[in-house]
Design a protein. Structure first.
Lengths: 178, 179
């Protein structure tokens, strides 16, 4: 995306990054209904916050702000009373495969739950990078979307790997002791 | 099947595994409809503020009541209808409503509003049209105020518009309504 003047209204900004936002939300939520809700809530929040977002000096900063809104809204949906960690980030197609094998399914789901929980506990900036990575973006693409440098992206990913690895070790330890 | 499970659960390669899956999943994205999202979000915004009444001061409430009229809406009737002119704002005193959109003949409930909530806040913008319907789920007692009177009320009580904006914002840190 080339540098450009800030967007003049919430709707043009939202439309410009719509596909990216849906990808990030879908990566987190794994189903259509929640993804649509996250998008709807995000646009609502963007309209409410527009006096602030509209005043940001560049389109890049505005996009980064919106990416943050979408990630936060998606995480809110996961936190909402339904205890969605249970089926976190597993989409309809994957459910079919998982359910064929009940033992592995429990294990896989538990692994995924722990992993997303660990991701949600990363510092905000790192979490945003990891979630965009989970949406299938290259480092360069993430850098553009968050308005940061590629080396910052790389460094966040590397640190996140270590942190998730430690979280995984703790999880396995707990399972062994149960 | 075995390739479904992330290596070592939350191990170092987990991010790579997520990335691969995310790339695959991105094929699904064109199926989402931006227009639908924008329309729903606007309707949620126009559905007004949660807990409006309860955060007004006693003086503000009295002022609101004296400028509004009381009205009862039997279950199933509309407090306002999508597409109609927005001539007033409504504070629900008792009873519950659903806020819904007509999406190609199918009803989509985007929020619920109950005691203390303000609906139709966009009624304050002259010439606006309702972006959603608000339907009484049981008998609803409400205070109905003309748009012009509400604008005057807001002018005379400078704390109110901020408060509406804030309430609207807070509500949507959760998810709107039920499916």
């Amino acid at each position: 995306m080339p540098p450009q003047a800030p967007y003049g209204d919430a709707e043009s900004l939202f439309r410009a990054v719509y596909d990216d936002l849906m990808r990030a939300a879908y990566a987190l939520l794994g189903n259509d209904a929640d993804t649509e809700d996250a998008a709807q809530n995000s646009f609502h929040k963007l309209m409410v916050a527009w006096t602030r977002v509209g005043g940001l000096p560049t389109a890049g900063e505005q996009r980064a702000y919106l990416v943050r809104i979408v990630i936060n809204e998606s995480l809110q949906i996961l936190r909402y009373p339904y205890r969605r960690w249970e089926r976190l980030g597993v989409d309809a197609g994957e459910w079919g495969a998982i359910q064929e094998s009940p033992d592995e399914s429990v294990q896989a789901r538990e692994d995924l739950r722990l992993a997303w929980k660990a991701i949600s506990e990363l510092p905000a900036a790192r979490r945003e990078v990891v979630i965009l990575r989970a949406a299938g973006y290259e480092y360069e693409e993430i850098a553009v979307r968050l308005g940061i440098s590629i080396s910052t992206v790389r460094s966040h990913i590397n640190h996140a790997r270590q942190q998730l690895s430690r979280a995984g070790a703790r999880g396995r330890e707990r399972r062994k002791n149960e | 099947m075995s390739n479904w499970v992330p290596t070592d659960g939350t191990g170092e390669n987990f991010i790579d595994w997520l990335y691969a899956r995310g790339k695959q999943r991105s094929d699904r994205i064109p199926e989402f409809d931006a227009e639908k999202t924008l329309r729903r979000a606007r309707a949620v915004r126009d559905a007004g503020a949660v807990n409006f009444w309860n955060v007004l001061s006693p003086t503000e409430r009295r002022a609101f009541e004296s400028a509004a009229r009381r009205q009862a809406f039997p279950a199933g009737t509309a407090l306002m209808r999508e597409g109609e002119r927005a001539d007033d704002v409504i504070v629900i005193i008792d009873g519950w409503t659903k806020v819904c959109l007509d999406e190609g003949g199918r009803e989509r409930v985007i929020a619920e509003r109950g005691p203390g909530d303000l609906v139709g806040e966009r009624g304050t913008m002259p010439g606006n049209v309702r972006s959603a319907s608000v339907i009484a789920l049981d008998t609803v007692q409400a205070l109905v105020m003309r748009t012009a009177d509400y604008a005057a009320f807001v002018r005379e009580h400078p704390g109110v518009p901020d408060l509406v904006e804030k309430q609207t914002y807070d509500r949507h840190t959760g998810r709107p309504g039920t499916r």
